[in-house]
Design a protein around this ligand. Structure first.
Ligand SMILES: [Zn+2]
Length: 394
């Protein structure tokens, strides 16, 4: 099947520039040509009305089996139907907001691993492509222990927990190195899984050719995770300069989830007092850590922590908005993080992340220019996956 998308401003996220009056020729789901005046025998022409065409967006930090509630412990007791329903409806919200690739970072292994299988087989169509971690690994009583994480203590139990997730089809292993803003009864400053425990999990992930990502909300815990060989630091709150240096040396990625702190802190009046206190204390610290890491050259991905309190599945764009409005990035820098850089972080940049001949045609369309105003990304009017139009609200 051939299709030419015509009359578009095609956003080049690699150069941070626009091709006006641009056209994209897609054949069998692959981008064949980008330019002007394209033609191909038998191609269907789709007029995009002068709108702005970007690569499909990425969300590297989402919890698809969750329902967005004010109090995290409200999720306790969800049954298998709740989890499956959440997965399918949340995936559709991501897709309709322009996200064509998402990584689930844990809630319940069976639901998300099965969702991925349904998406890959085509039984669930309205979803981004997925990577999943299954159930995250935490210490007994550690962050998210009460909402689906696998509790494990000591290197042997942790190794087994990681192997269980890999058996279920996990694409990465997720660890908890510190307390969490949203889990009541603990401070974010508390170190949780030890270096030795995390190192056992990282080794298993790497043996399977997969990555390890790690929730870490204080500097000491980030150090522990780096010493264990973790590939991706999630949140990364409280980074000092020495730790940033260490991340650069190890090639570790930062997935800063700055919008999560923004939205959680903005709704502090609806949270448990203890959770509100942590969010308000850490909001600026989170922005500052990201700003300094980005300026130093630490590679970053984009995730809005969808599924956490006040972090919605149709608001991936808000991560890039907060990067611009609170952290000082240009729209082009934020969009680069939300597309090609996230694709690199997840190891899929050879086939996704930019509108480049030879890559899969995962595309998103917006009314306004996101390079002029990042908030243009808040309203996606069309989503294309493998050349197929799955969402069309033009
Ligand atoms: Zn999260």
């Amino acid at each position: 099947m051939k299709r030419i998308f015509v009359n578009a401003n095609v956003v080049d996220v690699l150069a941070g520039s626009l091709l006006t009056q641009g056209e994209v020729l897609v054949e069998d789901g692959i981008i064949r040509q980008v330019g002007r005046g394209l033609s191909a025998d038998g191609a269907e022409r789709v007029d995009l009305g002068g709108r702005y065409l970007t690569p499909g967006l990425f969300n590297c930090h989402a919890h698809l089996a969750a329902r967005v509630t004010a109090i995290q412990s409200d999720l306790i007791g969800m049954n298998w139907f709740d989890l499956a329903y959440n997965c399918i409806t949340n995936a559709e919200k991501l897709l309709r907001s322009g996200v064509t690739f998402a990584r689930d970072v844990g809630t319940c292994n069976l639901a998300t691993c099965n969702l991925k299988r349904y998406v890959r087989s085509g039984r669930v169509k309205l979803s981004p492509d997925l990577q999943v971690v299954g159930s995250a690994v935490c210490m007994t009583g550690g962050a998210t222990w009460n909402v689906g994480a696998t509790q494990a203590d000591g290197p042997d139990e942790c190794r087994k927990a990681a192997r269980l997730q890999l058996r279920e089809g996990a694409d990465a292993i997720k660890l908890y190195a510190s307390g969490s803003v949203l889990t009541a009864g603990m401070d974010t400053e508390s170190p949780q899984l030890s270096r030795e425990e995390m190192a056992a999990c990282v080794e298993e992930a790497h043996h399977a050719g997969k990555k390890a990502c790690c929730h870490a909300q204080n500097n000491r815990s980030i150090r522990n995770a780096l010493a264990a060989g973790v590939d991706h630091i999630e949140h990364g709150i409280g980074l000092d300069d020495e730790t940033i240096e260490l991340m650069l040396r190890q090639g570790a990625w930062l997935d800063p989830t700055v919008s999560a702190l923004y939205h959680i802190a903005a709704h502090a009046d609806q949270l448990l007092p203890e959770v509100a206190e942590k969010a308000l204390r850490l909001e600026e610290v989170c922005y500052d850590s990201f700003r300094r890491a980005y300026a130093a050259g630490v590679p970053c991905g984009c995730g809005n922590d969808a599924g956490s309190s006040f972090c919605f599945f149709d608001e991936t764009a808000s991560e890039m908005v907060v990067m611009v409005e609170k952290c000082g990035l240009t729209p082009a820098q934020a969009l680069e993080i939300g597309t090609i850089n996230s694709a690199k972080m997840l190891g899929v940049d050879a086939s996704l992340g930019s509108i480049t001949p030879g890559k899969r045609a995962h595309l998103a369309l917006f009314d306004r220019d996101p390079l002029a105003d990042i908030r243009a990304l808040e309203n996606c009017v069309m989503t294309v996956k493998d050349g197929e139009i799955l969402h069309d609200a033009r």
